[in-house]
Design a protein around this ligand. Structure first.
Ligand SMILES: O=C(O)CCC(=O)C(=O)O
Ligand SMILES: [Fe+2]
Length: 302
């Protein structure tokens, strides 16, 4: 099985159908040329100032990794807002569940939030990572009722090839249980040009590939995760409060400054458990009270 490549004119339904089938899909021209140039310009100097990692087992010793991308570039928002990524994340994460409050059965729909933001720059001489599922950060089990915890992108800043470390993916592995080990024979490299992106699921086995070429392979990864799980990257500590306050409202919420239904992530204010969005001066002041029973979608199941 190979990964499909869809044009950026594909519908969200086509992207989701590909993810359902293979657990990963490439979208060509995922970001605009302006975004690609802006990302490169804003991130490259900082990235190049970093030392290589020092983790021979997983994150590499010939790889540079830069996080907290919303601190460094406004273009990170273009990735978080990209329509195919958002639609896929909405589909897999914003799944309605029903809970009892006494004898009333109410529905809840979780928010989603940004987990990891990272530039991954794999240099010649780096070996391949072990194949893994990124939802292992939460000990996620499979098939977990078919539920996914994460939808992820890898945006190609340089071209991705079979030789330069283009992300290895095992198509179809999002459907595997936890007893089946991933083997390299089943993995295919992500081949795509700069500006395109791989979208894949938290349950899909993948790995950074070996770089046998003469130049580095630069990718930007970002995840949208279930809003009630702990974020893998700690944005509350990586960005100062003032840096967060300067971001657009939708991005602040995605970075975790928003409660998730039914009651995860509130902050007490004058005796009331509130959604944290009221903390920002430009908020409209209507930050909801967080309650098992009064959230907007927490209504009786018909
Ligand atoms: O760099 C890549 O292509 C994938 C990296 C990855 O999967 C990871 O670090 O978890
Ligand atoms: Fe990974």
């Amino acid at each position: 099985m190979q990964l499909a490549t869809l044009p950026n004119t594909a519908t969200s339904a086509e992207v989701i159908a590909s993810l359902e089938h293979s657990g990963g899909v490439i979208v060509s021209n995922f970001v605009s040329d302006d975004t690609l140039v802006g990302l490169e310009r804003d991130l490259r100097p900082k990235l190049d100032s970093l030392a290589f990692g020092n983790d021979p087992y997983f994150s590499g010793t010939r790889t540079r990794r830069l996080g907290a991308l919303f601190k460094h570039t406004r273009h990170a928002a273009d990735i978080a807002r990209q329509p195919h990524f958002r639609a896929a994340a909405e589909h897999y994460l914003r799944v309605e569940e029903h809970i009892y409050l006494g004898e009333d059965q109410v529905k809840t729909v979780p928010t989603m939030q940004i987990g990891v933001t990272q530039v991954i720059d794999i240099y010649p001489g780096e070996g391949k990572q072990p194949l893994h599922r990124d939802d292992s950060v939460w000990q996620w089990r499979h098939p977990h009722g078919g539920r996914q915890a994460r939808v992820q992108v890898m945006v190609a800043v340089t071209d991705f090839t079979a030789d330069n470390g283009g992300t290895l993916v095992i198509p179809g592995s999002h459907l595997w249980d936890d007893r089946r080990p991933p083997t390299i024979d089943e993995a295919v490299p992500t081949v795509m040009s700069a500006g395109s992106a791989l979208i894949w699921l938290g349950g899909t086995y993948h790995a950074g590939g070996e770089n046998r070429s003469a130049t580095s392979r630069t990718g930007i990864t970002m995840t949208l995760d279930l809003g009630y799980l702990r974020q893998e990257e700690n944005h509350y500590l990586a960005l100062t409060f003032d840096e967060v306050a300067a971001l657009p409202d939708d991005i602040r919420r995605l970075l975790g400054y928003q409660a998730c239904e039914p009651t995860c992530g509130w902050i007490e204010h004058e005796g009331v458990m509130r959604d944290p969005s009221f903390l920002f001066e430009d908020s409209d002041g209507t930050a909801e009270q967080v309650s098992m029973g009064t959230r907007s979608t927490a209504e009786p199941v018909a």
